[in-house]
Design a protein. Structure first.
Lengths: 243, 283
């Protein structure tokens, strides 16, 4: 029931800001597609670069959509509006609140990915998307919603929210297998980047798009992040003395 | 019944609440008074589990209160000192959200929203976004929200702050009605007349420490029911007397600038807060 309450709250926010949310989820990916996919016309391993780029952009949209929805919302609720107090005081079990936030954030990420897929659908790329693609994107959204929730709990001021974006989302957007393959990175750094969640999401979505299958390792990495950050979030909301 | 046992809250080296012990009976209207920084809001925040105590515990009807204690939390409703609402929600969405957080069925939620918004004069603003409400309207909405769930215990942290005199009186009447329905109310306020008018008992806090707990009338009796105000060196000085004839004698000796009046809870507050901690212990 508590999960549905949070999803209802997210839904009212989505309905109210529908155009803003939709536009915001489109602008950066479209820019990347135009600049890297259409402006600088290159090929990658004999294939149009767009075929490499689109799965990366779609994965990235899930990440930034989910992260942005939760980090922004929670920072405002906890530090500025103090609306989190209303939830803390209520009998709604706090784990349900956390799960609702994570699910809601992930659905927003999935929506952002859906917008990009729709926009790129007229381009004849031959890329394949199936149930696995959406499952991976949903999982990626869950991971980044949980990370956003954790970081917003640790934020000391409302101004910290944009910093998370600068420290987490921007570097991952460019480094994690989105615009170029991990193989092109120096050893050591490559291994480190490959353990980041967006790298695995991009790899798996790209593999499926090319007719392949996702890897167990990829799922394992995403699930590990989900587990670790969920535990931190739960501990925070139940144990933190000064919320 | 609320039992506060040895409740302590520290923020690093600063002790905001220091070994507070209080019992508030079911149906009691209890006032928590103190100067700024006395620890009132910290106490309310611990009662609403926003803050967890460093030491001690709070029991509601004998059961310890924690963030996991849904049954206990269901009994409590809080009006926080700061506006704590989603600023981008409409008035009716705020009410709906509150109802959902307390698992109210939709039909009951809608009926209660209607009743409370009507009562508070907010019905015609139901579609208005919270951001665009005036301070007084936001305060009324927070009170409507807290009453949405028919709590057994109502915690009010400065509920009339920012309200005009008429709205404050309306609020007092409402709180009296609620208290008559056996609702336990814990009120913190800067308006001492509010506490004197409403509360069965009051506690005075200073620097996180409980100073005294008693009925407003007993506290006034201890101080003296009669006050003589006189101005000395541009400062107002009040002297208190238990006996009216003694006060009149003092008034006559003080000269033309002095005035006799009945002492109030505010006099108790001011005189106790002005004393050093060791003097307060002596009474």
């Amino acid at each position: 029931m508590g999960i549905l309450t949070v999803l209802w709250e997210k839904w009212t926010e989505f309905k109210r800001d529908f155009y803003k949310i939709t536009l915001a989820s489109m602008i950066s990916p479209i820019m990347y597609l135009i600049i890297f996919g259409m402006g600088i016309k290159v090929t990658s391993n004999g294939e149009p670069y767009l075929n490499f780029l689109i799965p990366g952009i779609v994965s990235m949209a899930t990440m930034s959509g989910s992260f942005g929805a939760v980090a922004q919302n929670m920072s405002v609720q906890r530090l500025y509006e103090k609306a989190l107090d209303q939830v803390m005081i209520s009998p709604t079990p706090l784990w349900q609140f956390i799960v609702g936030q994570i699910l809601g954030g992930s659905l927003r990420g999935l929506y952002a990915a859906g917008v990009i897929l729709l926009l790129t659908s007229p381009i004849r790329t031959g890329l394949i998307y199936n149930g696995w693609t959406f499952l991976i994107l949903l999982l990626n959204g869950l991971v980044f919603s949980t990370i956003a929730l954790t970081f917003s709990f640790f934020a000391k001021s409302y101004n910290d929210a944009p910093k998370f974006n600068a420290y987490i989302i921007v570097p991952m957007s460019f480094l994690c297998n989105t615009f170029f393959a991990l193989e092109n990175m120096p050893a050591g750094f490559r291994q480190f980047i490959s353990f980041l969640p967006l790298s695995q999401t991009c790899s798996m979505v790209r593999a499926i798009a090319a007719g392949g299958v996702p890897t167990v390792f990829g799922f394992g990495v995403l699930l590990a992040y989900l587990l670790v950050f969920s535990v931190i979030s739960f501990l925070f909301i139940y144990k933190k003395k000064n919320l | 019944m609320i039992e506060i046992k040895n409740l302590t809250k520290k923020f690093d080296d600063f002790t905001a609440v220091d070994h507070l012990n209080l019992t508030i009976e079911t149906g009691e209207f209890f006032g928590l008074l103190g100067s700024n920084g006395a620890g009132k809001t910290t106490t309310i925040s611990m009662l609403s589990t926003i803050l967890l105590p460093t030491e001690g515990e709070i029991c509601i009807d004998g059961v310890p209160l924690s963030r996991k204690a849904s049954t206990q939390k269901r009994k409590i409703s809080v009006v926080t000192q700061e506006f704590s609402m989603r600023a981008d929600m409409t008035v009716e969405q705020v009410m709906a959200y509150q109802g959902m957080l307390y698992f109210m069925p939709r039909k009951e939620r809608l009926a209660k929203t209607e009743e409370l918004l009507e009562f508070a004069g907010l019905s015609r603003f139901r579609k208005r976004t919270v951001r665009f409400l005036s301070g007084g309207m936001k305060r009324k909405l927070m009170i409507c929200r807290s009453l949405m769930i028919e709590p057994e215990i109502l915690l009010l942290d400065e509920p009339t702050a920012g309200m005009d005199a008429l709205a404050r009186r309306q609020m007092w009447n409402l709180l009296r009605k609620l208290n008559n329905r056996n609702l336990t109310i814990l009120l913190t306020t800067h308006f001492i007349d509010e506490a004197q008018s409403l509360c069965d008992r009051v506690a005075l806090m200073n620097d996180g420490v409980l100073d005294v707990v008693d009925t407003p009338q007993n506290l006034i009796d201890q101080l003296g029911n009669y006050a003589v105000d006189e101005t000395a060196d541009e400062n107002l000085k009040s002297t208190y007397f238990k006996d009216r004839s003694e006060a009149i004698r003092y008034l006559e000796a003080a000269g033309s600038g002095a005035a006799l009046r009945n002492a109030t809870l505010e006099d108790v507050f001011v005189s106790r807060m002005a004393k050093r901690p060791d003097e307060r212990k002596q009474g």
